[in-house]
Design a binder for this molecule. Structure first.
Ligand code: CUA
Length: 198
């Protein structure tokens, strides 16, 4: 007859075996100190980056409904239309104005002609599902959400012919959802894509 060793059992009521209650080792204290210090740095960076980083845009966010946004975008197009490109209206709003850009399956409308160095308030919204606004070749990315008007103060810094690529999967035509932004030079002339923008 063999006697099997009795398995050790633990409940939350028993203190675990070991030396955990002894003071922590110096190295452990040091690591806890470094981790805590780094947490505080990251915590401070959140507000600092918002104010100083130039990374998080300070925009206007407003509730809207897709029908109202579409109506406003159509009014904007009618007001400043200067042409069309493959059926999409090309719009040249004056510097300082409110600019409307709608994402819908599977296009961006209208095509914007903006001027380098001028400030605009760019309103972005979706007329149906979530889309992603990605300005190519510049690394600018925003979520375009139906029901929200995302107003950004933008000043184009480089002239050129830019593409808006949808970077949020939105359906079968997602990969074809490409828009266009033309930035003219400060005299209002179209230039080839700027080297600076690459
Ligand atoms: Cu719109 Cu993907």
């Amino acid at each position: 007859m063999s006697s099997a060793p009795t398995p050790e059992t633990h409940t939350g009521l028993d203190s675990p075996a070991g030396v955990w209650w002894k003071p922590a080792h110096r190295a452990e204290k040091l690591w806890v100190g470094i981790a805590f210090g780094w947490c505080m740095v990251l915590f401070a960076m959140m507000p600092l980056w918002h104010l100083k980083g130039g990374q998080n845009p300070s925009g206007i966010r407003r509730k809207t409904d897709p029908a109202a946004f579409m109506k406003r975008t159509q009014e904007f197009i009618a007001q400043y239309k200067v042409g069309t490109d493959r059926g999409i209206p090309v719009v040249e709003p004056p510097p300082g104005s409110d600019v409307y850009l709608a994402g819908l399956t599977f296009q961006w409308t209208p095509i914007l002609r903006l001027r380098q160095g001028a400030e605009y308030t760019l309103h972005l919204s979706s007329l149906d599902v979530n889309h992603g606004f990605s300005l190519f070749p510049v690394n600018v990315n925003f979520q375009i959400v139906p029901g929200y008007d995302y107003g950004l103060r933008v000043t184009p810094t480089a002239a050129g012919d830019f593409r808006i690529i949808c970077n949020e999967f939105c359906g079968i035509g997602h990969h074809t959802m490409v828009g266009r932004v033309i930035v003219t030079d400060s005299a209002g002339r179209e230039v080839a894509r700027s080297e600076e923008a690459r």
